[in-house]
Ligand binder design. Structure first.
Ligand SMILES: C[S@@+](CC[C@H](N)C(=O)[O-])C[C@H]1O[C@@H](n2cnc3c(N)ncnc32)[C@H](O)[C@@H]1O
Length: 221
């Protein structure tokens, strides 16, 4: 279920800049990934490690619906982490929502659920396997790894996403920009030998982009 209007407004109001509040409200209203994450972890209250968390919106949303036992968001962009921390403080959630400036592959002292949403392709091909292996290391026995990624499959959606990523790089939203778009096989070949069962499904929402959602765990669905 898309976050309701009150939840969207409450979360957006925690950010100081008007433009950010507008963007966040719209993103929560239109992006199906938040409700998909909530559904994937429903009934399993564990801490969540959100790798490449950006502003930490997933943490704000999962906290608002009382789905979490703790949240650690990591991002290597100091500006986004500062904005996310300020918002968490403004909401009185500085203890519940921890945001750290760190590399995506840096080990953290927690095991639970792991989210990797729209991050993988910003790392070069050889570091993507390292990142996926790091995500598995943080997965509790009952934890779920939720990954959303563009998949390189040659479709028109894939080509549209490549164009969008060129734009994102040009405006400087993600310094360095996209490095390598993985195939489904690239992801499976890291996770499956580690005993992780993987399920893929499209999560296009109302966009032309080639976004796929993967939910993975140590137990077959
Ligand atoms: C498209 S944003 C997605 C943000 C968030 N996961 C979401 O869905 O709203 C990608 C994020 O990955 C972060 N990122 C890219 N490369 C990273 C790296 N090597 N280590 C940590 N974070 C990284 C960027 O700073 C950015 O915030």
């Amino acid at each position: 279920m898309i976050p309701d209007r009150h939840v969207r407004q409450r979360i957006a109001s925690r950010f100081s800049r008007r433009g950010d509040r507008f963007y966040i409200h719209g993103k929560l209203a239109t992006d199906p990934v938040y409700s998909a994450c909530a559904a994937a972890i429903a009934g399993r209250r564990l801490p969540l490690l959100d790798i490449g968390c950006g502003l930490g919106l997933l943490g704000h949303y999962l906290h608002a619906i009382d789905a979490l036992e703790g949240y650690v968001g990591l991002d290597n962009d100091p500006r986004k982490i500062a904005m996310g921390r300020e918002a968490a403080q403004r909401a009185g959630l500085a203890r519940e929502l921890t945001l750290r400036q760190d590399e995506a592959t840096a080990p953290q002292g927690l095991r639970g659920h792991v989210a990797l949403l729209d991050v993988l392709h910003y790392l070069p091909e050889d570091r993507q396997a390292e990142l996926l292996a790091n995500a598995v290391d943080h997965l509790a026995d009952d934890g779920v790894l939720i990954l959303r990624s563009v998949i390189r499959d040659g479709s028109w959606r894939y080509r549209a996403t490549v164009l969008e990523e060129r734009f994102i790089k040009a405006v400087g939203w993600i310094p360095g920009g996209a490095q390598y778009f993985p195939t489904e096989g690239d992801i499976r070949q890291v996770l499956e030998p580690r005993g992780i069962h993987v399920r893929f499904r499209p999560l296009f929402g109302h966009t032309p982009y080639n976004s796929w959602l993967m939910t993975a765990s140590r137990h077959a669905a």
